[in-house]
Design a protein around this ligand. Structure first.
Ligand code: PLP
Length: 431
């Protein structure tokens, strides 16, 4: 199986985290997001333990909340000792409402408004990750008016292509995030930060992309970042106390995807950083990473019920389900691959179907060309695997569909972490 929390019982019933998927569908209804709480904890510990081993107390992994943000997941990652990368007042509010320590929140994003900035400073958020010079001045102004000194990290683009999809590639010179080093703008950006009297420069941030599988991407990132740190040290006498290299480790969506040994990778990145700092006579900075997908993706599964099956002879078979692009837009957005399974039974006879959603868009495909039992029909349950990241968080109310419930699974229990949206919820903001 794709992940060891997905199993089949002897009678063919699909289980997730040890629970029968059809039973959960029966109990909670579909479409349904499932999340394996133990797996989230396990994934957090891959980072927290490896960080402790490599850096002692001088490092912190941040959970990238955009991957999946709701109160219970924040409680879980908080109890595992992670910090948080948040990109909006909504994500910050979610975290603060469950008592997340504000000093461990890093406020991200390339389009922070004055209102966002005012809100985050008023809530004493630990760090701003400042995207560009205009934002820098806006944060400085607001900090001054609230009579505070705001800690900042500056987002720079190291010009590294992580060889991933274009839509999730963020490290090259010409992306919309951060300030490029190659053009000299990142240096000027840092000088500007030092002139801002209500800001405290703490260090640098970069994020080269998502779904990174290449072995040496983070080592390359560290080469470029430490060179820049050395330049800042020599030319400005500036110490970079914190270095945040972003998130991005890939996960397995398909059986053919590689498995990444995260602790091993972190160990190698850490020794590379230590070596580079020694070579360049830099003090080892406080080290941060911001994993999102690799914390939650394989902890998630989406369950649907088949509404109808269309067989167009000589053309195509469709299995149409009770969800779709409203709860999982990722195939529509950038052709994201998924493993799709029949949850009720195994079969010896398969046919190839496009798994289609119920939205009024012909492009509403959850996944094309998936193998399902040839006799699949109305009422059968379909599981889409590895949906823990960027599914609930990207869900919409398109066609006025309510968002699915999100149910957490523990060793011997299950509980609703986010309840299903009703039709009343869907029009609750209308006047
Ligand atoms: C998306 C993002 C992350 C998380 O990336 P994953 O691929 O989910 O690990 C971390 N940092 C920044 C700045 C991001 O934009």
């Amino acid at each position: 199986m794709l992940s060891d929390n997905i199993t089949r019982r002897a009678d063919g019933v699909l289980c997730f985290a040890g629970h029968s998927v059809p039973d959960l569908a029966e109990k909670y209804g579909t479409p349904l997001y499932l999340m394996d709480e133990e797996r989230i904890r396990h994934n957090c510990r891959l980072y927290t333990k490896a960080f402790k081993q490599a850096f002692g107390e001088n490092a912190l992994p941040l959970y990238a909340g955009k991957a999946a943000s709701f109160k219970q997941i924040i409680r879980v990652v908080m109890s595992e000792g992670m910090g948080l990368d948040a990109v909006s007042p909504g994500e910050i509010h979610t975290a603060l409402s469950v008592g997340f320590p504000e000093e461990k929140i890093f406020f991200h994003g390339d389009g922070k408004t004055d209102e966002d900035i005012r809100y985050a400073i008023s809530k004493n958020i630990g760090y701003f990750i400042v995207d560009n010079p205009e934002e820098l001045l806006a944060v400085n102004r607001e900090a001054a008016s609230q009579k505070k000194k705001q800690k900042v990290l500056l987002r720079v683009t190291p010009g590294i292509d992580p060889h991933t999809y274009k839509a999730v590639n963020t490290g090259t010179v010409d992306v919309k995030f951060g300030v490029p080093m190659e053009t000299g703008q990142a240096f000027a950006f840092t000088e500007e930060a030092l002139r801002c009297s209500s800001l405290e420069f703490c260090g640098l941030h970069c994020h080269v992309g998502s779904e990174v599988f290449d072995e040496t991407v983070f080592e390359d990132v560290i080469d470029v970042m430490t060179d820049f740190m050395a330049e800042l040290s020599v030319k400005l006498g500036l110490k970079t106390r914190m270095l945040n290299v972003g998130g991005g480790y890939g996960v397995r969506y398909l059986d053919t995807d590689k498995h990444i040994d995260i602790p091993e990778r972190i160990g190698s990145v850490a020794s590379h950083l230590k070596e580079r700092c020694k070579q360049l006579s830099l003090e080892l900075p406080f080290f941060l990473m911001e994993p999102g997908r690799s914390i939650v993706a394989d902890a998630g599964m989406t369950v649907y019920t088949v509404s109808s099956v269309k067989r167009i002879p000589g053309y195509k078979y469709y299995a149409i389900v009770d969800g779709g692009m409203a709860d999982n837009p990722r195939y529509c957005l950038y052709g994201a691959p998924y493993t799709v399974l029949c949850a009720d039974r195994e079969s010896r006879f398969f046919a190839v179907f496009d798994l289609a959603g119920r939205c009024c868009e012909s492009g509403d495909i959850v996944q094309p060309s998936v193998k399902l039992p040839v006799d699949i029909s109305r009422g059968d349950h379909i599981a889409v695997c590895t949906t823990g990241a960027y599914n609930y968080s990207m869900a919409s109310n398109y066609n006025r569909l309510g968002r699915p419930a999100l149910v957490m699974l523990t060793d011997n229990d299950s509980y609703t972490a986010v309840r299903r949206e009703t039709v009343e919820d869907v029009c609750s903001l209308d006047i």
